[in-house]
Design a protein around this ligand. Structure first.
Ligand code: IVH
Length: 696
């Protein structure tokens, strides 16, 4: 286990500074998308925290105190008449409250009103107009000196080359060059076709479209522009402008495109409302946004509050929860699954990603560890998109100290000491067949070969109760029952009596009754669920349904698996291979499962204990035959399980992620990145009502 000591802090600070500087160079100067804002923010936050704890290691020329970017040599440099500032970020409502409280304190008794607007995710530019004509356009650069990009910016149709009258004699407008999600998608399609690298996000594509030397490229990128501020204005108009909101009104009247997601807010509660409104709208907005800019509306108050360092006091950027963050790998342990497969598990320094704390994640297999070269002690980027399980996506090798430790698979099973075997797995065959997800490469996995391994046994039981929806018996109860010697396998559950359970310490009579009643109710599962519950390798819900449909009864399946020629199982295997969607790997797995005596005994024991699957009945309808659905977010009345069952009952399929084969996405409240992805791909989006209509 990795232990951090105070002595390591200084080293870490130095490493972080170097890495942050490197990332800034890449990102802002070379438009390299290899790092996202979230990662950068996460590292700077760590550096800031460390510097607060160890002020003695602070330096004056700290990279995080400078505005990112530097003018490219290829462009003519322009000195900005007034500095292009940056904004301080806040990440929660609590931080917003702290900021507003400070505004109150600094401004005394005055009533403050605010203005909240979208934070656009593109390239900041400043536009100078003389007598209503665009004379110069420049990038931010380091905030003082930027690049002259007038030619390129003139190619953006949204940027007025001539202002609508009446206009001021002079005005300097600030805003953001952006690219719509749709345009990015189309652009990347072309890049792909031409074998060129893809753009990671709309911001890189927008910035790259301006910060290059050919105006034709700027035009072809189909960029957009939104104005958000007036840096200076001649007196003829200046007098009428008292508030930030006045600026927005004037900008609109001069012909600048403005976002309609902006609002004057009288109270903190109004700001919070606006923030959540945008959060909901975010996935379906045509343009990317990573937050909301909140400013004190009154310009007199803004002056009073002033600027500290590179950012004004009077405005902040509220950033939505990061989907990526950095953390350190404290340890890598191994988990034993129901099939005996050993899965490495990374333990992290707990960190906040997309609104929840992440302290561990699976590393899947050795291939993954080797591909990413993850070592104990490494700083890694973890990602958690919407309701997706967190995963490590990258190692920041630049932050290594040399003390990182490579992980090796144990030679014996960590749970039972059993022999470990290396096997090649066939990839996720079932998944690829069901959802058109590209088939994974063959990969190797390590297995505990001991069929009696207690960890395998308990995982198998967990799988069983989940497959049969026996909600009352969770992993903790299973463990307890096993420890008490009441069960040795899942079939034993059905022999339990209320007396067995209520005799246990800290086990209420009511819950005992509940469990027994529930088990009784689950004794006649649909055949496909029964097959799933057996936990046959490669046989998931989809294959189980195919089997149930084909054979209709358990007896038929057993017969088919037993129909064996001496020595070779070829006949049995071909009985299964003949079924649509079932290939040799899955067929072989089914036959070898039934070939094992203890598995056959287990099935017999279930039957003896009264667990008898129902004969398979064809789905209610085929309205959704062949249609692939993806579910995301929370629906008003139906649970995810309900929707899934309804889809399956009507012949449709449910996939875990959106691809070009997805027919519909059913999206509810707090839908995450899946919805955005679906919209990008033009997949039909349904709400609950829309979904129910489909079944009528
Ligand atoms: S500043 C008084 N507003 O954020 C408040 N900046 O400016 C002035 N940015 O990199 C408003 N959207 O490119 C402001 N609506 C917005 C913005 C915005 C994006 C970016 C800008 C710059 C940074 C700080």
């Amino acid at each position: 286990m990795l232990k951090a000591s105070d002595a390591d802090a200084q080293k870490r600070i130095l490493k972080l500074r170097t890495e942050i500087t490197r990332l800034r160079e890449l990102y802002h100067i070379k438009n390299d998308p290899s790092v996202t804002d979230d990662v950068y923010d996460s590292l700077t936050r760590e550096l800031r925290e460390l510097e607060n704890r160890y002020p003695e290691y602070r330096i004056t020329d700290d990279p995080i105190k400078r505005v990112a970017g530097r003018a490219l040599d290829a462009f003519v440099k322009v000195t900005h008449a007034s500095r292009m500032l940056s904004l301080n970020d806040i990440f929660s409502v609590a931080e917003l409250e702290v900021w507003a409280e400070r505004m109150n304190k600094l401004l005394g008794r005055q009533t403050i009103s605010y203005f909240a607007e979208l934070k656009f995710d593109g390239l900041a530019v400043t536009l100078n107009y003389d007598n209503g004509r665009l004379v110069t356009a420049a990038t931010r650069g380091d905030g003082f000196v930027g690049e002259d990009v007038t030619q390129n910016v003139s190619m953006v149709p949204d940027v007025p080359v001539v202002l609508e009258a009446p206009f001021p004699k002079k005005i300097e407008v600030r805003g953001e060059i952006v690219m719509s999600k749709k345009t990015l998608f189309a652009l990347n399609k072309i890049q792909e076709r031409e074998g060129k690298p893809l753009f990671a996000n709309t911001r890189n594509a927008a910035a790259g479209g301006i910060r290059q030397l050919d105006p034709e490229t700027s035009r072809s990128r189909k960029l957009n522009f939104f104005a958000y501020d007036i840096a200076s204005i001649s007196d003829d108009f200046g007098r009428t402008i008292r508030r930030h909101s006045d600026k927005h009104r004037l900008l609109a009247s001069l012909g600048f495109p403005m976002s309609n997601l902006e609002e004057k807010c009288a109270t903190l509660a109004d700001i919070e409302k606006h923030i959540s409104k945008i959060e909901k709208a975010r996935p379906s907005l045509p343009f990317g946004t990573d937050g909301v800019v909140i400013a004190v509306d009154d310009l007199g108050m803004q002056d009073e509050l002033g600027v500290v360092g590179k950012a004004p006091r009077y405005a902040v950027a509220f950033k939505y929860p990061a989907e990526k963050a950095t953390t350190q790998v404290l340890d890598i342990t191994v988990q034993v699954g129901r099939t005996g497969v050993l899965t490495p598990l990374a333990h992290f320094k707990p960190t906040l990603v997309a609104g929840s704390t992440v302290s561990k994640s699976t590393l899947h297999n050795m291939d993954q560890i080797e591909r990413l070269d993850i070592r104990i002690g490494d700083t890694v980027v973890i990602q958690k998109a919407g309701d997706v399980i967190p995963e490590v996506v990258e190692v920041l090798a630049g932050l290594r100290t040399g003390h990182e430790k490579k992980f090796a698979m144990p030679k014996k099973c960590p749970e039972c000491g059993g022999e470990i075997e290396k096997r090649s797995t066939g990839g996720k065959l079932e998944k690829s067949a069901q959802a058109g997800i590209s088939q994974e490469d063959q990969s190797v996995a390590f297995y505990c070969t001991n069929a009696q391994c207690p960890a395998r046994n308990i995982r198998g039981m967990e799988h069983f109760v989940k497959a049969l929806d026996i909600y009352e018996v969770g992993p903790k109860i299973l463990e307890r029952l096993k420890d008490e010697g009441l069960i040795t396998d899942a079939a034993d559950l059905f022999m339990l009596t209320e007396a067995d359970l209520s005799g246990l310490e800290r086990f209420g009579e009511k819950s005992a009754k509940n469990i027994i009643e529930n088990l009784e109710l689950k004794k006649n599962p649909p055949l496909d669920r029964f097959i799933v519950s057996l936990g046959i390798l490669h046989v998931g819900e989809e294959t189980a349904r195919d089997l149930a449909k084909h054979f209709s009864t358990l007896e038929n399946i057993i017969k088919a698996s037993n129909n064996t020629l001496p020595r070779e199982n070829t006949t049995a295997i071909s009985n299964f291979e003949a079924i649509e969607n079932i290939g040799p790997l899955v067929a072989g797995s089914i036959v070898s499962w039934f070939a094992e005596k203890h598995n056959r005994d287990f099935v017999q024991k279930l039957l003896d204990n009264g667990v008898v699957p129902e004969k398979f009945v064809a789905p209610k309808g085929d309205k959704l035959e062949g249609k692939i659905f993806v579910l995301t977010g929370t629906l008003p009345t139906l649970s995810r399980d309900d929707v899934k069952k309804m889809i399956l009952a009507h012949g449709g399929k449910v996939a875990g992620s959106v691809s070009k084969n997805t027919d519909y996405i059913v999206a509810g409240e707090s839908a995450g990145s899946k919805l955005a992805e679906a919209e990008k791909l033009g997949v039909h989006v349904l709400d609950e009502t829309g979904f129910l209509k489909l079944l009528k």
